[in-house]
Design a protein. Sequence first.
Length: 102
Amino acid sequence: MKHIKFNVVLFILLLLFFWILIFVALIAAAAEDEGTIGTNPVWIIFAKLFYILRFPTHTLLWEFITNGRMYLFLSGLVFNGLFYAFITERITSFILLKKREE
C-alpha cells in the first residue's frame, strides 16, 4: 500500500470553502424557519443543503447540542467543516495519485 501525502494547502482551501458554505446554509435554513426566505430557488437550495452539511455532529448529537449550549452548536459546525474538508482532501489526493500512476 502506497502512502498518500496529505496536501495541507488543499485542505486549508477546502476548509475555508466548507466553512463559508456551512455559514451561508445556516443563514438560509434560519431564514426558512422564520418564513422569510421567499421563493428564491438559490436560497431554498442552500437551506436544504444545511440538512446535509450538519452531519455528523448535529445529526448524531442533536439532543446534547440543543440543550442551551450555543457554543456546542457552533463548534459542531466548525467540526463538520473540518470533517468535510478532510474527507474531500483524502478523496482528491487518492484520485490524483491514481491518475499519476496510470
